[in-house]
Design a protein around this ligand. Structure first.
Ligand SMILES: Cc1cc2nc3c(=O)[nH]c(=O)nc-3n(C[C@H](O)[C@H](O)[C@H](O)COP(=O)(O)OP(=O)(O)OC[C@H]3O[C@@H](n4cnc5c(N)ncnc54)[C@H](O)[C@@H]3O)c2cc1C
Length: 322
């Protein structure tokens, strides 16, 4: 019996969420006196997962799986879980994981809890705390099925170094035509820039910037920091910025280490999308703006004065430290 963890990768490198998921699986394994088996699809070097506690890495190498396909990937994970006799399957809260987790759960006749915030409260009965209502409330749920599927919430556990054996083993699941009834034939990235979902730092701006012509200073800050750019809903509704940058309850969720909000009031629908971010910095000329209540650091000031000065300081700091 082991804890099975699905590890996402991009172009042969494991994503940070994969390493966090392995750390979390190791925590559960320690609670249950079990071991950690990772499953990797066309992924990176097994040693990267061993460093966070993977005892074994099932490596799936298959050209048909080059592009993410929920049905096929879910089948791979379910077959790996069955082969390993896994009692707990750990996924993340990425878009791909959320797409495939219910399919994995159905295949394994397992109960599924999404957005787990911490290690299980208890292993037997298996109870886990998780967020509900777009992170506005917490619940604790018990999974009573023999196999349990858990989706770890973004930034919920962090990276914990452990030493696992990381023994790599080839794994060849049998995939059927029905796994590919919907097939992704190509993926074209809209931009080469850092995507909001994967970004460690996000620089976001709102209606306070007055118009699209003023985004130069926001993009400059993002370039200096290697950050993704984002915006509030009205900004994308007005066509100032692309819809892909809209963050919030009806937009993209952000789980960055640093979220810088410029000229954004901090409406509840905006905050719903960013409350998994770790450090929030708010720049707003209204000291009563609600965003300050959710901020770790706040600058009360005119964005058109503060941001250019901040950019100069950041550039100087970077030059000194490079
Ligand atoms: C069902 C529903 C879903 C929604 N979903 C979302 C969502 O997903 N994401 C989202 O963002 N919104 C969402 N909204 C809209 C949300 O309620 C707010 O209207 C929106 O977030 C406000 O955007 P904003 O902060 O850019 O603009 P505003 O509320 O107009 O705020 C602008 C801010 O800029 C500040 N400012 C002005 N000038 C300057 C300056 N020179 N320097 C510094 N600061 C300045 C102001 O003090 C103000 O705080 C939703 C609303 C509804 C009803």
């Amino acid at each position: 019996m082991s804890i099975l963890v699905y590890t996402e990768s991009e172009q042969g490198t494991f994503k940070k969420i994969a390493l966090e998921a392995v750390s979390y699986a190791k925590g559960i394994a320690d609670m249950m006196g079990s071991s950690v088996t990772a499953v990797s699809v066309n992924g990176g070097d097994a040693s990267a997962l061993a460093a966070y506690g993977a005892d074994k890495v099932l490596e799936v190498s298959n050209d048909k799986l080059n592009n993410f396909n929920a049905a096929a990937y879910a089948d791979v994970v379910a077959q790996a879980a069955k082969a390993e006799g896994a009692k707990v399957v750990v996924l993340t809260s990425s878009a791909d994981s959320k797409f495939m987790a219910p399919l994995v759960a159905v295949n394994l006749e397992a109960g599924y809890v999404a957005n787990a915030t911490a290690l299980p409260v208890s292993a037997a009965p298996f109870k886990v705390a998780h967020t509900v209502f777009t992170n506005k409330a917490f619940a604790t749920s018990e999974i009573s099925t023999d196999v349990k599927v858990v989706g770890l919430g973004k930034n919920a556990y962090g990276l914990k170094e452990n030493s696992g054996a990381g023994a790599a083993e080839a794994f060849s699941p049998s995939l059927s035509d029905s796994d590919f009834s919907t097939e992704v034939v190509s993926v074209d990235k809209a931009t080469d820039k850092v995507t909001i979902a994967d970004a460690e730092i996000v620089v976001s701006a709102g209606r306070g910037l007055k118009g699209p012509e003023n985004w130069g200073m926001v993009e400059e800050m993002a370039d200096i920091l290697g950050a993704a750019t984002a915006c509030s809903k009205p900004v994308s509704d007005m066509g100032w910025r692309p819809h892909g940058e809209h963050v919030g309850q009806t937009g993209k969720p952000v789980a960055s280490n640093l979220y810088i909000a410029i000229g954004i009031s901090g409406a509840i629908q905006h905050l719903a999308g960013i409350n998994s971010s770790k450090v929030k910095v708010v720049i707003n000329n209204d000291p009563e703006a609600p965003f300050f209540k959710a901020a770790d650091y706040g600058i009360v000031g005119d964005a058109f004065e503060v941001v250019p000065q901040l950019n100069e300081k950041l550039k100087a700091f970077k030059a000194q430290n490079s």
